[in-house]
Design a protein around this ligand. Structure first.
Ligand SMILES: C[S@@+](CC[C@H](N)C(=O)[O-])C[C@H]1O[C@@H](n2cnc3c(N)ncnc32)[C@H](O)[C@@H]1O
Length: 181
């Protein structure tokens, strides 16, 4: 499932509901770790990525099942770094600032979810939410109901699946030596 929220409280509540015991979770934008604390209670493994100094400082102390990476989620090198830690992702959660830059948030979500293919995605962003409220699907080719039991519903499996060339190059190169840990 792909969930979109705006209120921070709702983001935290959605994390409580989505994360299942033992899940591997990738979180973009944990800031000082309030959301990560909620995830880490149930998850088996959490990889939290944030570009801020505040986050790096806060994550000097964190639960054992959490790995923090200080990096910019927009860069392929960051995807690459996380792929060295895991290829599995059950829940992908993204909160890069709930009110801002829906285009950036959507692009980061689309790339990361396309690589890790999570069972569930959670996006905290007002602009993406507003788009969904305003948009009407106006083409029968698009407006198809998905089967209820689809497992890969946390990412776009039918649209825009062409991997950007730089990413594809990197992934092809890594295919031979990535090991799940
Ligand atoms: C609203 S805060 C997150 C709050 C947190 N999820 C919570 O529930 O308490 C947004 C965070 O996204 C981080 N961020 C914004 N753009 C980013 C990017 N391109 N890469 C990594 N982190 C980013 C910011 O540094 C900030 O810590």
């Amino acid at each position: 499932m792909i969930s979109v929220v705006y209120a921070q409280q709702r983001y935290h509540k959605a994390l409580e509901e989505l994360v299942k015991p033992g899940d591997t979770v990738i979180e973009i934008g944990p800031h000082i770790g309030k959301s990560t604390g909620i995830i880490a209670k149930k998850a088996g493994k959490v990889i939290a990525i944030d570009k801020s100094e505040q986050a790096e400082e806060a994550f000097k102390k964190c639960p054992k099942n959490v790995t923090f990476i200080r990096a910019d989620a927009r860069f392929f090198s960051t995807v690459d770094e996380v792929l060295k830690l895991t290829k599995k992702c059950d829940v992908f959660a993204i909160d890069m600032g709930g009110g801002r830059f829906p285009d950036t948030v959507f692009k980061v979500w689309a790339i990361w979810s396309g690589v890790f293919k999570p069972r569930d995605s959670l996006i905290r962003n007002c602009g993406v939410g507003e788009f969904l409220r305003r948009a009407k699907v106006d083409d029968p080719e698009i407006d198809k109901t998905f089967p209820k039991d689809v497992k890969d519903s946390g990412w776009l499996s039918q649209t825009g699946r062409k991997t950007p060339s730089q990413l594809k190059e990197g992934l092809d190169e890594m295919e031979n030596w990535i090991v799940d840990i």
